[in-house]
Design a protein around this ligand. Structure first.
Ligand SMILES: Cc1ncc(COP(=O)(O)O)c(C=O)c1O
Length: 443
């Protein structure tokens, strides 16, 4: 066992302590009012919400950079590169043409039309029209609104584990109960692992295909089996398809295209990942008719509308040439292979090849066990001592333990540097465990 006062152990303890301390500080914020210090106690409703690890690690990484350190950023889920020029030009034109005022809360008719027409690539050729589309600032608000619109207190909602942490967070906010369902060995969907979790309180099933953080998909058979479960148990399906066009198997699908499913599915999507538009904040939902008016009312209460010049940029993205999307997917596939092969070359790391999205989700349990570190501690060590920002899989649910999430939507030079630093980290830990019998952390 490495003595508890060795530099590595002291460092990891300091990291863990810092994390706890900064979380505590944010809760204790208070402000002075006419000489009194008044503590503001947040409502339990908002304390039910949790944040997103990606943004927390980004802030920690930026702090290191401000202190002069170099960091390779593999933590944040956004493509490198820029928004396609025709899309930027459409927005600039729209601004000059005065598209700067409030508009229809559900979205501009032209964009709603284009979104409805674009559903064909997912296999949906009938049954959903512009009236089923509600435009919002990103996919996240639609996840939020969709769940708020369908859940009653005490309802149970099936969410993927590991999965995007916003799902359980919003489910709790709505007063409902997230029930995590496990994925298969390659991070894909397996109806047999979902079926036993369905009970009389189960109201909704959240799907995310391809999934964050695993990049897993559902085979055609699995998708049919899950659709059958949804029909049999009268479930609402929230299908988050933000990575739907970033697939390396040449397929595109949606559970909503299967018989009887469009009527009970809310498709959530955005322009963020496919068109390099994460900062524009443009997304949408395709909803069963009964929900459109309620979700539009949520939009009125939340944001009034989505900026019209941003919507016109989205219209240009959707109706213009799609070669930038095809080229981006081909580029990402090469980077995926490079990173996955590199990770599999490191001792103690095993990584499956994701079928979609742009994350590698390697299994690092052997490294952790040898060094006596938890997943969070390994991620903290990688950032602080080796300058590689990654996300611990635990941020995606208990099913993510023993894994790290690495985005490969970064330059090849950054991937090389990250692999070199990972190699260093793994070999430093191996040396430490040989000389000291492992790194001992905590009490
Ligand atoms: C699964 C999933 N859904 C939704 C989002 C958010 O998308 P947007 O930026 O369009 O709100 C993300 C972003 O990382 C994601 O991974």
């Amino acid at each position: 066992m490495l003595k508890s006062d060795t530099p590595a152990a002291l460092f990891v303890r300091a990291m863990v302590f810092q994390g706890i301390a900064s979380r505590g500080r944010s809760l204790e914020r208070s402000f002075a009012f006419r000489g009194w210090t008044m503590s503001v106690v947040p409502a339990s409703r908002v304390t039910a919400l949790s944040g997103e690890g990606a943004f927390e690690v980004l802030v920690a990484a930026r702090r290191l950079e401000d202190a002069g350190r170099h960091v390779v950023h593999l933590e944040i889920g956004e493509p490198d590169g820029t928004t396609p020029p025709p899309v930027v030009e459409a927005a600039v034109r729209a601004l000059h043409d005065g598209h700067t005022r409030y508009v229809n809360p559900a979205g501009l008719p032209a964009l709603r039309d284009a979104i409805a027409a674009s559903l064909a690539w997912r296999g949906i050729r009938a049954g959903a029209a512009a009236e089923n589309v509600v435009v919002v600032p990103g996919a996240k608000p639609m996840v939020f609104y969709a769940l708020l619109a369908v859940l009653e207190a005490g309802d149970e909602v099936l969410v993927p584990d590991p999965g995007f942490p916003i799902y359980p967070s919003v489910v709790r906010f709505a007063g409902a109960v997230p029930v995590r369902y496990p994925l298969d060995e390659v991070g894909g969907l397996d109806a047999e692992r979902i079926a036993p979790l369905i009970g009389s309180r189960t109201r909704a099933l959240v799907l995310n295909l391809p999934g964050n953080p695993t990049g897993g998909i559902a085979t055609t058979d699995a998708l049919h089996a899950i659709a059958e479960l949804a029909l049999r148990h009268d479930l609402v399906v929230v299908s988050d398809e933000v990575y739907g066009r970033i697939r390396y198997d040449g397929r595109s699908d949606s559970i909503a295209a299967l018989p009887g499913l469009l009527e009970r599915t809310i498709i959530v999507d955005s322009f963020s990942k496919s068109y390099n538009m994460t900062g524009w904040r443009l997304g949408f939902g395709v909803l069963p008719a009964a929900l459109v008016e309620r979700v539009t009312t949520l939009v009125v209460n939340g944001t009034s509308c989505t900026p019209p010049f941003v919507q016109l940029a989205g219209l240009a993205a959707l109706t213009g040439p799609q070669d930038s999307v095809t080229a981006a997917v081909a580029r990402l596939e090469r980077r995926r292979d490079w990173l996955v092969d590199g990770l599999n070359g490191l001792p103690g790391i095993r990584c499956t090849r994701p079928t979609g999205a742009f994350y590698a989700f390697p299994d690092v349990r052997q490294v952790e066990e040898r060094a006596g570190l938890s997943t969070d501690q390994l991620a903290a060590l990688l950032l602080e001592t080796h300058g590689v920002a990654v996300l611990p899989g635990t941020g995606f649910g208990p099913g993510g333990a023993g894994h790290l999430r690495l985005s490969f939507a970064v330059s090849p030079a950054d991937l090389d540097l990250a692999l070199e630093r990972l190699r260093e980290c793994v070999s430093d830990l191996a040396v430490a465990s040989l000389t000291d019998g492992g790194i001992h952390v905590g009490p």
